[in-house]
Unconditional design. Structure first.
Length: 214
């Protein structure tokens, strides 16, 4: 049914919540703030690193220094794979899907960090280099659908043959903007911010459930 399956990264393919929170908190503490709860920082994720840093400082009641983003990225680079792991079942799912559909990644995470995570966790083999789009590339970040449209065009696949798998309302809006189907990963840490009343085409509570929906 679907010949292109596009995955979000954080909260969908990998559980990166602790490493992101630890990096943000290291920066906040260095700037004189108290650390925030891990789940609170996780709720700030989704719109790219710059927005995460701005939100974290706002939540801590501080004005971010001019170099806050650069400092966060440097801190996060040292923690990318400290605790981040694929969600249970993801590798099995990708092993099966790679013979059934073209696979891609569309994330608001910076591209260098995205590639480092995919490489470090052995997931890069499932996604061609030109089918991985980060939030600092030539396309606007999600929920703008330009990156998703590019992936469809490159793969020669129509919107009705494309499925976007993600854990947040940002992914939902992206799919809607591109007229593609959406599978909501409720196991991801982005799901806590999903607005009540919005519905996805498909919903899963564990990665392996995706296979039963295709």
């Amino acid at each position: 049914m679907f010949t292109l399956i596009v995955f979000d990264l954080d909260g969908t393919l990998v559980d990166s919540k602790r490493d992101i929170a630890d990096s943000a908190n290291a920066l906040l503490v260095a700037c004189g703030a108290e650390p925030l709860a891990e789940d609170r920082i996780a709720g700030l994720v989704g719109d790219g690193a710059a927005t995460l840093v701005t939100r974290a400082f706002r939540a801590a009641g501080l004005t971010p220094p001019s170099d806050a983003l650069a400092r966060y990225l440097a801190l996060y680079e040292t923690r990318l794979l400290a605790h981040t792991r694929p969600y249970p079942g993801i590798v099995d799912v990708l092993d099966i899907l790679q013979s059934k559909a073209k696979l891609a990644v569309l994330t608001n995470k910076p591209l260098a960090a995205t590639r480092a995570v995919l490489d470090g966790l052995g997931l890069a083999r499932y996604f061609p280099v030109d089918a991985v789009i980060g939030g600092d590339g030539p396309f606007p970040r999600k929920p703008d659908a330009a990156g998703l449209r590019y992936l469809m065009s490159s793969a020669g696949v129509s919107p009705d043959a494309t499925l976007l798998v993600g854990d947040s309302v940002i992914d939902w809006r992206t799919a809607r903007a591109a007229a593609t189907a959406m599978c909501l990963a409720r196991y991801g840490f982005g799901f806590d911010g999903f607005p009540f009343g919005q519905s996805a085409d498909r919903v899963i509570d564990a990665p392996i459930e995706l296979l039963g929906l295709l």
